[in-house]
Design a protein. Structure first.
Length: 344
């Protein structure tokens, strides 16, 4: 048996999702005529306290159309260089949206409001116009950390006081909700737009949602079409999303528990450095520098023992728990990883 801990994107749809796909009422979504898509978009908007929603193919597409809807070409985007938008989206904000990133380094995924304020320059003919602050919650590259609501509110206030919009990459915002015990709409309240993924821990095969006010969603819908994201009978995707929002959020707590158990087991493996106390959601990042091996060498050793993880070179490995990983599988994964690292 292969133990797949690469990402929560590895999740397969539930039986309830598959049944919903078969029976979903369908229409042409480009013309606004798919009733299942409209139901999902309305449900998502209500859950996040926004006026309207938009179904998109992926989180990357959702972030991109949100940035495009908030800005003009040549504008500046304030963000963390460890954010998914900056690090993992193939440069789409520059290549497609024509936007200039202004990186502001975070500490364990937490931006400093004073540093953000300092990065927002006053108007000058030599500078791009600061237009958007991008936030991320949970913060992937810091280990799935939850950005505290008070800090989130302070960062939003810094941006809004200076005339910027705030876009929240909430790909895993429901992991933040479950971990912190705070409804997702509390983070969404201060943001002008939010994207969240259906295809990660919520277990849908495809899809993300963007929410915001009605005018913003109208602009984002046009940009979705412009970049090739217009879909026809997309209710087969939306049907899974409805099931996910109705049934899959609370169970994310199991993933968080299993991630902490995994971290505790990995902390005892020679050459691995991991702090279980920093594991807040479903991600475990391990520093393997003390092994003397490259990231690729560590991943290969794990794969030879039937464990799949993802690399974050030069010295980190990421493990992500999800609904296909229970406690017994965590225990077996630790045994295999230990065996892999003891192999000479």
């Amino acid at each position: 048996m292969i133990i797949n801990l690469r990402s929560d994107t590895q999740t397969l749809p539930t039986e309830a999702m598959l049944r919903a796909m078969v029976s979903a009422p369908l229409g042409d979504d480009v013309l606004g005529e798919d009733p299942t898509v409209r139901k999902l978009e309305d449900m998502a908007a209500r859950m996040l306290g926004k006026e309207a929603g938009l179904l998109v193919v992926s989180g990357t597409m959702g972030n991109l159309v949100s940035l495009m809807a908030h800005s003009n070409r040549g504008d500046e985007v304030i963000l963390d260089p460890d954010s998914h938008i900056f690090y993992h989206e193939a440069g789409s904000m520059a290549a497609i949206a024509g936007l200039m990133p202004m990186p502001v380094k975070s500490c364990d995924g937490m931006l400093d409001p004073d540093a953000v304020a300092a990065a927002i320059r006053k108007p000058n003919v030599h500078y791009p116009i600061p237009r958007i602050l991008c936030l991320e919650n949970t913060h992937n590259r810091s280990g799935g950390r939850v950005v505290p609501l008070d800090l989130h509110r302070e960062l939003c206030a810094v941006a809004h006081d200076r005339g910027l919009k705030v876009h929240l990459d909430g790909a895993r915002i429901f992991n933040a909700q479950v971990a912190a015990g705070i409804p997702a709409y509390e983070w969404a309240r201060e943001a002008d737009s939010v994207m969240f993924c259906l295809s990660k821990g919520l277990s849908c095969p495809i899809g993300s949602i963007v929410v915001g006010d009605a005018d913003f969603i109208e602009r984002a819908r046009r940009y979705r079409k412009q970049i090739g994201g217009g879909m026809r009978q997309a209710g087969i995707i939306a049907a899974c999303g409805i099931v996910a929002l109705e049934t899959m959020i609370d169970r994310l707590a199991e993933d968080h528990t299993n991630a902490r158990l995994l971290a505790q087991g990995l902390a005892d493996i020679k050459g691995f450095k991991v702090d279980p106390g920093k594991v807040e959601t479903n991600m475990v990042y391990v520093d393997h520098c003390a092994t003397g091996l490259s990231t690729e060498e560590v991943l290969l050793r794990l794969e030879c023992q039937g464990v799949l993880a993802s690399g974050s070179p030069p010295s980190r490995i990421r493990f992500v728990t999800h609904r296909h990983i229970d406690r017994a599988i965590v225990d077996e994964a630790v045994r295999r990883i230990k065996r892999a690292m003891e192999t000479s």
